[in-house]
Write a protein of this length. Structure first.
Length: 260
C-alpha cells in the first residue's frame, strides 16, 4: 500500500533536502530511517518521492513524503520516528497507488522577519505579488512564462512579522526573493514602480533573503491527514530548541498547523 507522511525538520541540520551521496540531507535521513525500520530498501522500487525540495537552511513544518509500504500508515509512523534523527513525522494518510506528493493543491511558506519594519508598507508592496505575473526577477530558474501566486499575507504576532505566501507550486528561491524585495521597499531602497516593472518581465535583482527564517508550513491535497497529538509533537521537538526565538516560533507554528 502507498502512504504519505507529513514531516517537520530543522533545515540548519541538513545540507538541503534532496538526497546526495556524500551529504546529510532530509531525504537521505528519511530513507535511512525507513531502511533501518525495514519499511523499504530500494527507494526506486518503493517510488519514494517528496512534495517540496526545500533549499539548504530552509526548515519545514509540513513537507510531505510518500512511498510504498508493507505497513499501514498508522503503524509505520512510530517506526519512522524511532529511527529518524532531527526529522519527525506528525501526520499520515493512506493514498492511492499512483499518488505523487508533488501534485499538490497548494503550498504554504512562512517567512519570519525579525526587523523594525512598517507592516503597512510590507502589505502595500506584498499586494503587488498576488495573482498572475512574470516572476523571472524572483527566481534563479530560467524564465518559464507567467506564474500565479494565490495569496500573500503580512501579519505581526508581537515579536515577529510573518509573511505567508501560498501558491500551487513555487520556483527556486522565489519566496526569499519576494521577501527581499518587500523589505527593500519598506526600507525605502526601491519603489513600487520598480517592483511593478519587475513583475511585468523586466529583469531586476532585488537580492535573496537568508534561508533560516523560511519555513514550509504545509502542503495540501484534496484529502485530510490524520494528525498525531499536538502535545506529543511539542514534546518531540522541545529537545531541539537550542536556539531561542526562531525555534519558539517553529513550535507555535507546528501547533497551529497540527490544529487545522
Amino acid at each position: 500500500m502507498r502512504v504519505a507522511l507529513k514531516i517537520a525538520y530543522d533545515g540548519a541540520a541538513f545540507f538541503g533536502h534532496q538526497r546526495q551521496p556524500d551529504r546529510r540531507t532530509v531525504e537521505g535521513e528519511c530513507l535511512a530511517a525507513l531502511r533501518a525500520g525495514k519499511i523499504l530498501q530500494d527507494p526506486r522500487q518503493s517510488f519514494f518521492r517528496s512534495a517540496s525540495r526545500t533549499d539548504r537552511g530552509v526548515s519545514a513544518v509540513g513537507n510531505v513524503v510518500a512511498f510504498d509500504s508493507p505497513l499501514r500508515a498508522d503503524a509505520l509512523v512510530g517506526v519512522f520516528n524511532d529511527h529518524a534523527e532531527q526529522v519527525w513525522a506528525w501526520a499520515y494518510s493512506d493514498v492511492p497507488p499512483d499518488f505523487h506528493p508533488r501534485h499538490a493543491t497548494e503550498r504554504w511558506y512562512r517567512y519570519h522577519l525579525d526587523a523594525n519594519l512598517a507592516v503597512d508598507s510590507l502589505r502595500k508592496v506584498g499586494a503587488l505579488f498576488q495573482g498572475e505575473h512574470d516572476f523571472r526577477s524572483f527566481t534563479s530558474d530560467p524564465p518559464a512564462g507567467r506564474f500565479a501566486l494565490n495569496r500573500l499575507d503580512v501579519g505581526d504576532d508581537g515579536d515577529m512579522i510573518l509573511v505567508d505566501v501560498r501558491a500551487g507550486s513555487f520556483r527556486r528561491g522565489m519566496v526569499r526573493r519576494i521577501v527581499e524585495a518587500m523589505v527593500a521597499y519598506a526600507e525605502g531602497d526601491v519603489s513600487l514602480d520598480m517592483v511593478r516593472t519587475a513583475l511585468e518581465g523586466k529583469r531586476y535583482d532585488f537580492g535573496v533573503a537568508p534561508p533560516k527564517p523560511l519555513f514550509l508550513m504545509d502542503v495540501t491535497y484534496g484529502f485530510p491527514f490524520h494528525v498525531l497529538r499536538k502535545r506529543k509533537a511539542l514534546d518531540e521537538w522541545r529537545a531541539l530548541q537550542s536556539d531561542a526565538t526562531l525555534r519558539l516560533r517553529w513550535l507555535h507554528s507546528l501547533a497551529d498547523a497540527a490544529s487545522v
